[in-house]
Design a protein around this ligand. Structure first.
Ligand code: ATP
Ligand code: RIB
Length: 307
Protein backbone atom coordinates (compact mmCIF):
# COMPACT_ATOMS: atom_id res chain seq x y z
CA UNK A 1 0.00 0.00 0.00
CA UNK A 2 1.24 3.50 -0.90
CA UNK A 3 2.06 6.00 1.85
CA UNK A 4 0.01 9.14 2.49
CA UNK A 5 1.41 12.39 3.94
CA UNK A 6 -0.98 15.10 5.10
CA UNK A 7 0.30 18.63 5.53
CA UNK A 8 -2.28 20.90 7.11
CA UNK A 9 -4.15 22.29 10.06
CA UNK A 10 -4.99 20.95 13.51
CA UNK A 11 -7.77 22.72 15.46
CA UNK A 12 -9.62 22.21 18.70
CA UNK A 13 -13.29 22.55 17.73
CA UNK A 14 -15.73 24.30 20.12
CA UNK A 15 -19.10 23.13 18.93
CA UNK A 16 -22.43 24.72 19.87
CA UNK A 17 -25.61 22.99 18.72
CA UNK A 18 -28.17 25.71 17.97
CA UNK A 19 -31.77 25.91 16.85
CA UNK A 20 -30.81 28.04 13.84
CA UNK A 21 -27.64 29.69 12.54
CA UNK A 22 -27.52 33.22 14.04
CA UNK A 23 -28.35 36.06 11.62
CA UNK A 24 -26.12 39.14 11.42
CA UNK A 25 -26.54 41.05 14.68
CA UNK A 26 -28.54 38.25 16.32
CA UNK A 27 -27.67 36.65 19.68
CA UNK A 28 -29.01 33.19 20.47
CA UNK A 29 -28.76 30.95 23.52
CA UNK A 30 -27.73 27.32 23.75
CA UNK A 31 -27.12 25.07 26.73
CA UNK A 32 -23.68 23.55 26.11
CA UNK A 33 -20.45 23.64 24.16
CA UNK A 34 -18.58 20.49 23.18
CA UNK A 35 -14.82 20.24 22.59
CA UNK A 36 -13.93 17.92 19.70
CA UNK A 37 -10.60 17.29 17.93
CA UNK A 38 -10.71 18.85 14.46
CA UNK A 39 -8.95 20.89 11.81
CA UNK A 40 -9.16 19.96 8.15
CA UNK A 41 -5.66 18.49 7.99
CA UNK A 42 -5.99 16.55 11.21
CA UNK A 43 -9.48 15.29 10.33
CA UNK A 44 -8.17 13.95 7.03
CA UNK A 45 -5.21 12.29 8.73
CA UNK A 46 -7.46 10.82 11.42
CA UNK A 47 -9.90 9.48 8.80
CA UNK A 48 -7.11 7.93 6.72
CA UNK A 49 -5.70 6.34 9.89
CA UNK A 50 -9.12 4.95 10.87
CA UNK A 51 -9.37 3.48 7.35
CA UNK A 52 -6.04 1.69 8.02
CA UNK A 53 -3.80 3.66 5.67
CA UNK A 54 -0.08 4.22 6.23
CA UNK A 55 -0.40 7.91 7.12
CA UNK A 56 1.82 10.68 8.47
CA UNK A 57 0.73 14.16 9.62
CA UNK A 58 2.80 17.34 9.40
CA UNK A 59 1.67 20.70 10.77
CA UNK A 60 1.98 22.88 13.86
CA UNK A 61 0.26 23.15 17.25
CA UNK A 62 1.02 25.14 20.40
CA UNK A 63 2.70 23.78 23.52
CA UNK A 64 -0.70 23.76 25.24
CA UNK A 65 -3.10 21.07 26.35
CA UNK A 66 -5.23 21.35 23.18
CA UNK A 67 -2.16 20.60 21.08
CA UNK A 68 -1.46 17.50 23.13
CA UNK A 69 -5.07 16.34 22.88
CA UNK A 70 -4.99 16.72 19.08
CA UNK A 71 -1.75 14.76 18.76
CA UNK A 72 -3.08 12.03 21.07
CA UNK A 73 -6.21 11.76 18.93
CA UNK A 74 -4.14 11.26 15.76
CA UNK A 75 -1.91 8.69 17.44
CA UNK A 76 -4.99 6.78 18.64
CA UNK A 77 -6.03 6.45 14.98
CA UNK A 78 -2.64 5.01 14.01
CA UNK A 79 -1.32 8.23 12.44
CA UNK A 80 2.39 9.02 12.71
CA UNK A 81 2.21 12.54 14.19
CA UNK A 82 5.75 12.62 15.61
CA UNK A 83 6.85 15.32 13.14
CA UNK A 84 4.11 17.81 14.04
CA UNK A 85 5.82 21.00 15.30
CA UNK A 86 5.10 22.33 18.82
CA UNK A 87 5.27 26.14 18.91
CA UNK A 88 6.24 27.98 22.11
CA UNK A 89 4.98 31.31 20.83
CA UNK A 90 1.63 30.36 19.24
CA UNK A 91 -1.52 28.73 20.57
CA UNK A 92 -3.09 25.65 19.02
CA UNK A 93 -5.65 26.52 16.33
CA UNK A 94 -9.29 26.72 17.37
CA UNK A 95 -12.56 26.52 15.46
CA UNK A 96 -15.84 27.97 16.71
CA UNK A 97 -18.66 25.98 15.13
CA UNK A 98 -22.42 26.26 15.23
CA UNK A 99 -24.50 23.33 14.01
CA UNK A 100 -28.17 24.03 13.36
CA UNK A 101 -31.20 21.71 13.52
CA UNK A 102 -30.76 20.76 9.85
CA UNK A 103 -27.20 19.60 10.59
CA UNK A 104 -25.59 22.47 8.66
CA UNK A 105 -22.61 24.24 10.20
CA UNK A 106 -20.87 27.59 10.14
CA UNK A 107 -17.27 27.84 11.25
CA UNK A 108 -14.83 30.54 12.35
CA UNK A 109 -11.22 29.33 12.57
CA UNK A 110 -8.64 31.10 14.75
CA UNK A 111 -5.52 29.86 12.99
CA UNK A 112 -2.95 30.15 15.81
CA UNK A 113 -0.02 27.80 15.20
CA UNK A 114 -1.41 26.70 11.82
CA UNK A 115 -0.58 30.17 10.45
CA UNK A 116 3.08 29.73 11.42
CA UNK A 117 3.71 26.74 9.14
CA UNK A 118 6.21 28.20 6.67
CA UNK A 119 8.00 27.31 3.44
CA UNK A 120 11.14 26.86 5.59
CA UNK A 121 9.28 24.25 7.67
CA UNK A 122 8.46 22.41 4.44
CA UNK A 123 12.14 22.57 3.40
CA UNK A 124 13.14 21.21 6.81
CA UNK A 125 10.53 18.45 6.45
CA UNK A 126 11.59 17.59 2.90
CA UNK A 127 12.31 13.97 3.90
CA UNK A 128 8.64 13.49 4.79
CA UNK A 129 7.67 14.37 1.21
CA UNK A 130 10.49 12.22 -0.19
CA UNK A 131 9.21 9.27 1.84
CA UNK A 132 5.57 9.50 0.75
CA UNK A 133 3.68 8.48 -2.38
CA UNK A 134 0.63 10.71 -1.97
CA UNK A 135 0.55 14.25 -0.54
CA UNK A 136 -2.79 15.57 0.72
CA UNK A 137 -3.19 19.34 1.26
CA UNK A 138 -5.95 21.73 2.35
CA UNK A 139 -5.92 25.53 2.77
CA UNK A 140 -6.01 26.23 6.52
CA UNK A 141 -2.25 26.85 6.48
CA UNK A 142 -0.60 29.75 4.57
CA UNK A 143 -1.22 29.63 0.82
CA UNK A 144 2.48 30.02 0.00
CA UNK A 145 3.25 26.99 2.18
CA UNK A 146 0.64 24.92 0.32
CA UNK A 147 2.13 25.99 -3.04
CA UNK A 148 5.67 25.23 -1.92
CA UNK A 149 4.76 21.76 -0.64
CA UNK A 150 2.75 20.95 -3.78
CA UNK A 151 5.55 22.12 -6.07
CA UNK A 152 8.15 20.13 -4.13
CA UNK A 153 6.03 16.97 -4.16
CA UNK A 154 5.25 17.30 -7.87
CA UNK A 155 8.95 17.78 -8.70
CA UNK A 156 9.59 14.46 -6.92
CA UNK A 157 6.87 12.72 -8.97
CA UNK A 158 4.43 12.32 -6.08
CA UNK A 159 0.64 12.32 -6.41
CA UNK A 160 -0.82 15.57 -5.04
CA UNK A 161 -4.41 15.88 -3.83
CA UNK A 162 -5.80 19.31 -2.86
CA UNK A 163 -8.93 19.97 -0.83
CA UNK A 164 -9.17 23.73 -1.59
CA UNK A 165 -10.95 24.59 1.66
CA UNK A 166 -11.29 27.30 2.70
CA UNK A 167 -10.74 28.99 -0.67
CA UNK A 168 -8.28 31.87 -0.07
CA UNK A 169 -9.03 35.37 -1.33
CA UNK A 170 -6.24 35.03 -3.89
CA UNK A 171 -5.97 31.44 -5.10
CA UNK A 172 -2.62 31.09 -6.94
CA UNK A 173 -3.35 29.85 -10.45
CA UNK A 174 0.08 28.16 -10.71
CA UNK A 175 -1.04 25.74 -7.97
CA UNK A 176 -3.26 23.94 -10.51
CA UNK A 177 -0.10 22.76 -12.29
CA UNK A 178 1.01 20.71 -9.30
CA UNK A 179 -2.31 19.01 -8.51
CA UNK A 180 -3.46 15.57 -9.65
CA UNK A 181 -6.83 15.56 -7.89
CA UNK A 182 -8.80 18.56 -6.57
CA UNK A 183 -11.85 18.16 -4.32
CA UNK A 184 -13.92 21.33 -3.89
CA UNK A 185 -17.47 21.34 -2.57
CA UNK A 186 -20.04 23.15 -4.72
CA UNK A 187 -19.52 26.56 -3.09
CA UNK A 188 -15.74 26.25 -3.38
CA UNK A 189 -16.03 25.20 -7.04
CA UNK A 190 -17.83 28.43 -7.93
CA UNK A 191 -15.46 30.53 -5.81
CA UNK A 192 -12.44 29.04 -7.58
CA UNK A 193 -13.84 29.52 -11.07
CA UNK A 194 -15.52 32.89 -10.53
CA UNK A 195 -18.55 31.38 -12.29
CA UNK A 196 -22.17 31.94 -11.29
CA UNK A 197 -24.21 28.93 -10.12
CA UNK A 198 -27.32 30.58 -11.66
CA UNK A 199 -25.68 30.67 -15.08
CA UNK A 200 -23.02 27.97 -15.13
CA UNK A 201 -23.44 24.26 -14.48
CA UNK A 202 -21.26 22.11 -12.22
CA UNK A 203 -20.03 20.44 -15.41
CA UNK A 204 -18.90 23.78 -16.90
CA UNK A 205 -17.19 24.87 -13.70
CA UNK A 206 -15.37 21.55 -13.29
CA UNK A 207 -14.37 21.77 -16.97
CA UNK A 208 -12.83 25.21 -16.25
CA UNK A 209 -10.54 23.62 -13.66
CA UNK A 210 -9.72 20.68 -15.96
CA UNK A 211 -8.69 23.22 -18.61
CA UNK A 212 -6.11 24.61 -16.15
CA UNK A 213 -4.29 21.28 -16.11
CA UNK A 214 -5.88 19.37 -13.22
CA UNK A 215 -6.54 15.85 -14.49
CA UNK A 216 -9.18 14.92 -11.93
CA UNK A 217 -11.89 17.11 -10.40
CA UNK A 218 -14.14 15.69 -7.69
CA UNK A 219 -16.97 17.97 -6.56
CA UNK A 220 -18.85 17.02 -3.40
CA UNK A 221 -22.47 18.13 -3.58
CA UNK A 222 -23.70 17.44 -0.03
CA UNK A 223 -26.97 15.48 -0.07
CA UNK A 224 -26.76 15.42 -3.89
CA UNK A 225 -23.63 13.23 -3.75
CA UNK A 226 -20.57 13.69 -5.94
CA UNK A 227 -19.65 14.82 -9.46
CA UNK A 228 -16.46 13.44 -11.00
CA UNK A 229 -14.71 14.81 -14.10
CA UNK A 230 -11.64 12.70 -14.64
CA UNK A 231 -9.10 11.98 -17.33
CA UNK A 232 -9.08 8.41 -16.04
CA UNK A 233 -12.81 7.58 -15.81
CA UNK A 234 -14.69 10.38 -17.58
CA UNK A 235 -17.64 12.33 -16.16
CA UNK A 236 -19.88 10.61 -13.62
CA UNK A 237 -22.46 11.58 -10.99
CA UNK A 238 -22.69 9.42 -7.87
CA UNK A 239 -25.88 9.92 -5.82
CA UNK A 240 -25.55 10.33 -2.04
CA UNK A 241 -26.58 7.49 0.24
CA UNK A 242 -30.01 8.29 1.76
CA UNK A 243 -29.43 8.94 5.48
CA UNK A 244 -30.72 11.31 8.17
CA UNK A 245 -27.96 13.92 8.50
CA UNK A 246 -27.48 15.50 11.96
CA UNK A 247 -24.09 17.24 11.49
CA UNK A 248 -22.10 17.52 8.25
CA UNK A 249 -18.87 18.66 9.96
CA UNK A 250 -15.89 16.73 8.53
CA UNK A 251 -17.97 15.01 5.84
CA UNK A 252 -15.78 16.63 3.20
CA UNK A 253 -12.62 15.77 5.14
CA UNK A 254 -13.58 12.11 5.48
CA UNK A 255 -14.46 12.07 1.78
CA UNK A 256 -11.06 13.42 0.70
CA UNK A 257 -9.22 11.05 3.03
CA UNK A 258 -11.18 8.03 1.83
CA UNK A 259 -10.36 8.90 -1.80
CA UNK A 260 -6.66 9.12 -0.89
CA UNK A 261 -6.80 5.78 0.93
CA UNK A 262 -8.35 4.00 -2.06
CA UNK A 263 -5.83 5.65 -4.43
CA UNK A 264 -3.07 4.41 -2.10
CA UNK A 265 -4.50 0.92 -2.60
CA UNK A 266 -4.31 1.34 -6.38
CA UNK A 267 -8.06 1.68 -7.03
CA UNK A 268 -9.42 3.91 -9.79
CA UNK A 269 -11.00 7.26 -8.99
CA UNK A 270 -14.58 6.12 -9.60
CA UNK A 271 -14.25 3.27 -7.10
CA UNK A 272 -12.44 5.61 -4.69
CA UNK A 273 -15.20 8.25 -4.93
CA UNK A 274 -17.93 5.62 -4.54
CA UNK A 275 -16.30 4.34 -1.35
CA UNK A 276 -15.72 7.89 -0.06
CA UNK A 277 -19.39 8.76 -0.67
CA UNK A 278 -20.34 5.82 1.56
CA UNK A 279 -17.86 6.77 4.30
CA UNK A 280 -19.14 10.38 4.34
CA UNK A 281 -22.74 9.22 4.57
CA UNK A 282 -21.83 7.65 7.94
CA UNK A 283 -20.04 10.82 9.08
CA UNK A 284 -23.11 13.04 8.59
CA UNK A 285 -25.22 10.83 10.86
CA UNK A 286 -22.93 11.62 13.83
CA UNK A 287 -21.97 14.78 15.68
CA UNK A 288 -18.58 16.49 15.61
CA UNK A 289 -15.44 16.26 13.48
CA UNK A 290 -13.11 13.37 14.41
CA UNK A 291 -15.81 12.02 16.76
CA UNK A 292 -17.96 11.26 13.69
CA UNK A 293 -15.36 9.44 11.57
CA UNK A 294 -15.82 5.65 11.35
CA UNK A 295 -13.18 2.91 11.49
CA UNK A 296 -12.73 0.60 8.48
CA UNK A 297 -14.56 -2.24 10.26
CA UNK A 298 -17.62 -0.02 10.80
CA UNK A 299 -17.64 0.96 7.11
CA UNK A 300 -17.39 -2.68 6.05
CA UNK A 301 -20.27 -3.71 8.34
CA UNK A 302 -22.32 -0.75 7.04
CA UNK A 303 -21.68 -1.77 3.43
CA UNK A 304 -22.66 -5.40 4.09
CA UNK A 305 -25.94 -4.25 5.69
CA UNK A 306 -26.63 -1.99 2.69
CA UNK A 307 -26.38 -4.91 0.17
P1 ATP B 1 -17.98 19.84 5.35
O1 ATP B 1 -19.33 20.04 6.01
O2 ATP B 1 -17.12 18.84 6.00
O3 ATP B 1 -17.28 21.14 5.05
P2 ATP B 1 -18.13 19.72 2.49
O4 ATP B 1 -18.96 20.96 2.32
O5 ATP B 1 -16.71 19.79 2.15
O6 ATP B 1 -18.31 19.15 3.96
P3 ATP B 1 -20.25 18.21 1.31
O7 ATP B 1 -20.39 18.36 -0.15
O8 ATP B 1 -21.24 18.92 2.18
O9 ATP B 1 -18.74 18.55 1.67
O10 ATP B 1 -20.31 16.69 1.72
C1 ATP B 1 -19.27 15.78 1.44
C2 ATP B 1 -19.86 14.42 1.16
O11 ATP B 1 -20.57 13.97 2.33
C3 ATP B 1 -20.94 14.40 0.05
O12 ATP B 1 -20.35 14.31 -1.23
C4 ATP B 1 -21.68 13.13 0.43
O13 ATP B 1 -20.93 12.00 0.08
C5 ATP B 1 -21.71 13.22 1.96
N1 ATP B 1 -22.91 13.94 2.43
C6 ATP B 1 -23.00 15.24 2.80
N2 ATP B 1 -24.25 15.55 3.18
C7 ATP B 1 -24.98 14.40 3.06
C8 ATP B 1 -26.35 14.04 3.32
N3 ATP B 1 -27.23 14.94 3.75
N4 ATP B 1 -26.72 12.76 3.09
C9 ATP B 1 -25.83 11.83 2.65
N5 ATP B 1 -24.53 12.10 2.39
C10 ATP B 1 -24.10 13.36 2.60
O1 RIB C 1 -13.86 20.53 7.93
C1 RIB C 1 -14.22 20.61 9.27
C2 RIB C 1 -13.16 21.34 10.05
O2 RIB C 1 -13.10 22.69 9.60
C3 RIB C 1 -13.44 21.45 11.53
O3 RIB C 1 -12.95 20.35 12.26
C4 RIB C 1 -12.80 22.77 11.92
O4 RIB C 1 -11.67 22.64 12.72
C5 RIB C 1 -12.48 23.47 10.59
O5 RIB C 1 -11.15 23.44 10.34
Amino acid sequence: MDKILIIGSLNMDMVANVDHTPLTGETILTSEITLVSGGKGANQAYAAGRLRADVTMFGAVGEDSYGKTLLDSLTSAGVDAAGVLRRKDAATGMAFITVNKEGDNSIVVVSGANATLSKEDIDAGRALIENTDILLLQMEIPVETVCHAAQMAKSMGKTVILDPAPVPEHFPVELYRYIDVIKPNETELYMLTGMNPEQNSIEEAAGWIRARGVRNVLVTLGEAGVYLDSEEVGTVRIPAVAVHAVDTTAAGDAFTAAVAVKMAQGENLLDAATFANQVSSIVVTRKGAQSSIPALEEVETYLQCAI
